[in-house]
Write a protein that binds this ligand. Structure first.
Ligand code: KIV
Length: 252
């Protein structure tokens, strides 16, 4: 990790890559703490995996703050990033500032926003007030109603150019890191080489400066969720279902 990076991540403890996982509650946070993960993202993916909604659009800032507080208690060490959910920054810079302040007061050390040019001014303002920002380009789930789904981005040259331009704008605006989601490996690699800030990939190949996964996905909590990029490190769906069945049998 030779890139310009946040003081808390300096050298990512001497590792070559930055490890990031999403987390939403105290119990899992304690496990993440023990794993010595570099960073935690309290993602708006909680709309899907906690609230059972089909998109992240309905997530509120107060919900992210609630989960940030729980996660911070269980995992005091990893660098903690809070997602700015849909509606928390789209209507005005002032609203974005207020919501980011709420998340920092809850225990976050940085906030994450989706987009490029449209969030550049907000990023600059946040950074000028000492709020580190993580960008997010490529597949940006808060734009699902524009793109009509969660498919891979960057299939055309025009789209690839747009994603690269967006990443450069986000860096120029002052972001400290950037998530590249569901983009071609080659594009992620090119962006990683061009940017001075670290890139964190999900479904973006191996050449990014770090990786992020949703914790329930990597633990195999849902055997029906199998996107091509996902490596499951265990199969908790089966293990937990079996344990619950055994428990019921014992009760009977
Ligand atoms: O909300 C989330 O979990 C995310 C990651 C998938 C990057 O944004």
């Amino acid at each position: 990790m030779n890139k310009v990076t946040l003081p808390m991540l300096k050298g990512a403890k001497g590792k070559k890559k930055i490890s990031m996982v999403t987390c939403y509650d105290f119990t899992f946070a304690k496990l993440v703490e023990r794993s010595e993960m570099d960073t935690i993202l309290v993602g708006d993916s909680l709309g899907n995996v906690i609230k059972g909604q089909p998109t992240t659009i309905g997530v509120e800032t107060s919900e992210i703050a609630y989960h940030v507080k729980a996660v911070r208690k269980g995992a005091p060490s990893p660098f903690l990033v809070a997602d700015m959910p849909f509606g928390s920054y789209q209507t005005s810079i002032e609203k974005g500032m207020e919501n980011a302040v709420e998340l920092m007061k809850a225990g976050a050390e940085a906030v994450k926003v989706e987009g490029g040019q449209e969030v550049a001014q907000l990023i600059s303002r946040l950074v000028s007030f000492g709020i580190p920002v993580i960008g997010h380009v490529g597949l940006t789930p808060q734009y699902v109603n524009k793109f009509g789904g969660f498919g891979k981005r960057g299939k055309t040259k025009e789209e690839r150019d747009f994603i690269k331009r967006s990443a450069l704008i986000v860096e120029e605006a002052g972001a400290d890191m950037i998530v590249l989601e569901s983009v071609p490996d080659k594009l992620a690699s090119e962006i990683t080489q061009e940017l001075k800030i670290p890139t964190i990939g999900i479904g973006a190949g191996k050449e990014t400066d770090g990786q992020v996964l949703v914790i329930y996905d990597l633990l195999g909590m849902d055997k029906n969720f199998n996107p091509s990029f996902l490596k499951k490190y265990c199969n908790l769906d089966d293990i937990i279902t079996k344990a619950l069945k055994e428990y019921i049998k014992d009760i009977e």
